[in-house]
Design a protein. Structure first.
Length: 424
């Protein structure tokens, strides 16, 4: 048995359905972010920067690309003989096989993995948040308070509090009440979904609740600890943290990277964000190009204009094209004369010449108003857009489209074209 003081369990199996076509064939933690990263790079980098060298990554939905990205953990120095990173997927045992039915159920199904390291503490993380946090400082706080559970928390606007688990604390930061996504929140101190548990207590709680449908930390395990009189403390975090679970929050957090003074700094030497790189060629900016306040990754060829945008690896922006306030993911091509405003263009997309993407006024989505409710034009991976079409705002496109898919040469605001037969 290899004894570890604390190991991390990183929940990365969510579908991320509110990112729409961006997660049609990829788990949310594997979605590109900031030009060259994946969302999961941020908690993984936090782990190694915090000295946490044993990480179990729990995957489920569309795991292939996420598993390939993580590999054996080399980019994060997690290719260790003792510890390192392990990808943990649902498996079949003599008792049968089960999908992970909830966040806590996923940990319950991997008790044997955790027991291998006999940890004193287990750090529970989500694979779809953008932030920097030193988990070692949080652990020191946990020990100093004599806590059984510590929940990382941060203030949110009161009008948004009902989206989160809400902690109510006393003057010593001990949690005296916990509400899971309440209609009438008692405070605005929101749980970040980051927990440190004393392992023996968590182990017992997981087993005690193993038959609860959809066993979940916020709905079941935290209330179980609370009702049992355990010592639960809030660790208040005041840095940058963003749940990029919606198209609007995903787009906004990318745009914040190119602000004159970015809220989230990717360039700190003492807290680097690590990722698997493709060893792309250097970027090329032609003499006719214009690039203004943007992130442009390696391997790009820029012949047109780029303003206030995030451009991924290997993107080609042809002459006369203008990209504004947009995210263009890796290996996509923007045709000559095409104009894109507030677009999210996924990987390996080809947009033809003289197109207009993000035109007109906002209109409610006729496809899925729960997901598509912003000014953004979203185009899923491997899609093809023919020449000379206009695409409105709050739209979604997925698949290889042809001119006949656009009546009168346009997709009006609020519309969608979804062609399921796209080859991945």
């Amino acid at each position: 048995m290899i004894k570890k003081e604390m190991i991390a369990m990183l929940l990365a199996g969510g579908q991320g359905s509110r990112l729409g076509v961006l997660t049609k064939n990829v788990a949310k933690p594997a979605v590109s972010f900031g030009g060259k990263y994946k969302i999961i790079d941020f908690p993984l980098s936090n782990c190694i920067n915090s000295g946490v060298d044993t990480v179990g990554v729990l995957t489920q939905y569309q795991p292939l690309r996420l598993n390939a990205h993580i590999g054996i953990g080399i980019p994060w120095d997690l290719d260790r003989n003792r510890g390192g990173v392990s990808v943990l997927q649902p498996y079949e045992s003599q008792k049968g096989s089960d999908w992970y039915s909830g966040t806590a159920n996923a940990i319950y199904q991997n008790i044997a993995y955790i027991d291998t390291y006999d940890p004193d503490y287990v750090l529970i993380l989500s694979g779809d948040h953008i932030y920097k946090m030193d988990y070692e400082i949080m652990l020191e706080y946990h020990k100093a308070m004599g806590a059984d559970v510590t929940i990382a928390s941060m203030p949110v606007p009161m009008e948004e509090a009902s989206r989160f688990g809400i902690t109510v604390t006393d003057e010593n930061n001990r949690i005296i009440d916990f509400q899971e996504k309440p209609k009438e929140p008692k405070s605005n101190l929101a749980s970040m979904g980051i927990y440190i548990f004393n392992w023996k207590l968590l182990r017992a709680a997981l087993i005690a609740n193993k038959d609860v449908p959809g066993e979940d930390f916020g709905k079941h395990i935290i209330p179980y600890f609370f009702n049992g009189g355990k010592k639960i403390y809030a660790y208040e975090f005041n840095g940058y943290w963003k749940d990029v679970g919606t198209l609007q929050s995903y787009w906004q957090s990318n745009m914040e990277l190119v602000a004159i003074i970015p809220e989230f700094n990717l360039y700190e030497e003492y807290w680097k964000i690590y990722t698997k790189t493709e060893n792309a060629a250097p970027q090329f900016i032609s003499d006719k190009a214009k690039v203004e306040r943007s992130l442009v990754a390696e391997g790009c060829e820029i012949f047109g204009e780029v303003h206030n945008s995030v451009i991924g690896e290997g993107v080609t922006i042809e002459e006369g094209a203008v990209v504004t306030d947009s995210i263009i993911m890796s290996n996509s091509t923007i045709g000559s004369g095409t104009k894109i405003d507030k677009g999210i263009i996924a990987e390996n997309v080809v947009i033809g010449s003289n197109c207009e993407v993000g035109v007109g006024e906002f209109a409610p989505s006729t496809y899925d108003a729960r997901v598509y409710n912003a000014d953004l034009a979203t185009i899923g991976e491997n899609s093809i857009i023919p020449d000379n079409v206009k695409i409105g705002r709050n739209t979604a496109i997925y698949g290889v489209t042809e001119a006949g898919d656009y009546p009168d040469g346009s997709l009006p605001s609020g519309g969608a074209i979804i062609k399921e037969a796209t080859t991945v």
